[in-house]
Design a protein around this ligand. Structure first.
Ligand SMILES: [Zn+2]
Length: 284
């Protein structure tokens, strides 16, 4: 599946930035892709766009074109998100929570997962930066979706039992602040799942700057240690990580793909990385 991305507009303002994982200002150029470039942090090895566009300009990239992409892919993406959640033990967590449990999907697109959670008895909410996608979700699915960034939503402290975000954190200019906000809005003892491309995957190693996740809209390409560091720094306690997808569809004969997918899951070199974390319960 192709990941949605837009070429940067020439009017976007670019500025240099320190590493969002360790704070080091020192970077080494990694890939120059013409109108965007990735650098590697000299301190911790995190790979991110530097210089990067102004956050306000980034938001403007998510428009009608993004809605069409999301509508086209809503079902396969929902299926993938549910497989990932199942792998991380979502159903056990769900079963242990009382009635009235609350679910937030950050970057919910048209709200397919919000709708799914609502049908399973969650009080489900989405937040989405793309206004047409949020409007579509409210109109077509009848679900609650707030427009804007997670911070714009200004949710109260300690409000959610479960916060999910899939393929969002790599788009966010300040991923540490993003996770800190998730920590703030989770109830003590609440859970979150963060899913993002895995920079230390087989495909990333094979394709380098041609890896499918090296696109203008990805501000960050996380490794497992880098993401775990940010999760811990935000106050969340990581419980499990998982990776999925050894090789993309069509890149290897079916039996080889199946073997690589199994090995990737077992050994952690899958193309998608997920972390299940928990906000420490009160009094701990
Ligand atoms: Zn760093």
């Amino acid at each position: 599946m192709k990941t949605f991305s837009k070429r940067p507009s020439p009017s976007e303002r670019l500025r240099g930035t320190a590493c969002p994982v360790c704070g080091s200002p020192e970077t080494r150029p990694l890939w120059d892709l013409g109108d965007f470039a990735f650098a590697r942090c000299a301190g911790c090895g995190h790979v991110y766009q530097n210089p990067r566009p102004d956050p306000a300009d980034l938001t403007l990239r998510y428009d009608e074109e993004y809605l069409e992409y999301e509508v086209r892919n809503a079902l396969p993406y929902l299926r993938l998100m549910l497989l990932g959640l199942a792998d991380l033990g979502f159903e056990r967590i769900e079963a242990a929570l009382p009635e009235g449990r609350s679910f937030l999907d950050v970057g919910c697109a048209t709200g397919a997962l919000v709708e799914h959670a609502a049908r399973r008895g969650w009080e489900a909410t989405g937040v989405e930066v793309c206004r047409p996608a949020a409007e579509y979700g409210r109109r077509v699915r009848g679900v609650t979706i707030l427009e804007g960034s997670l911070r714009d939503a200004a949710f109260p402290d300690d409000g959610f039992d479960f916060v999910h975000s899939s393929h969002v954190i790599e788009h966010v200019p300040e991923p540490g602040a993003f996770l800190a906000e998730i920590h703030r809005i989770l109830k003590p003892g609440g859970w979150c799942v963060t899913v993002t491309p895995n920079r230390t995957s087989l495909q990333a190693a094979l394709f380098g700057s041609g890896w499918r996740s090296v696109i203008p809209d990805h501000m960050h390409l996380f490794s497992r240690p880098g993401l775990l560091r940010l999760v811990r720094d935000s106050g969340l306690a990581p419980l499990r990580t998982a990776t999925w997808g050894g090789i993309a569809l069509g890149l290897a004969p079916a039996p080889l793909k199946a073997a690589l997918d199994r090995a990737a899951k077992l050994l952690g070199f899958g193309d998608v990385l997920a972390v299940l974390a928990r906000k420490p319960p009160a009094g701990t």
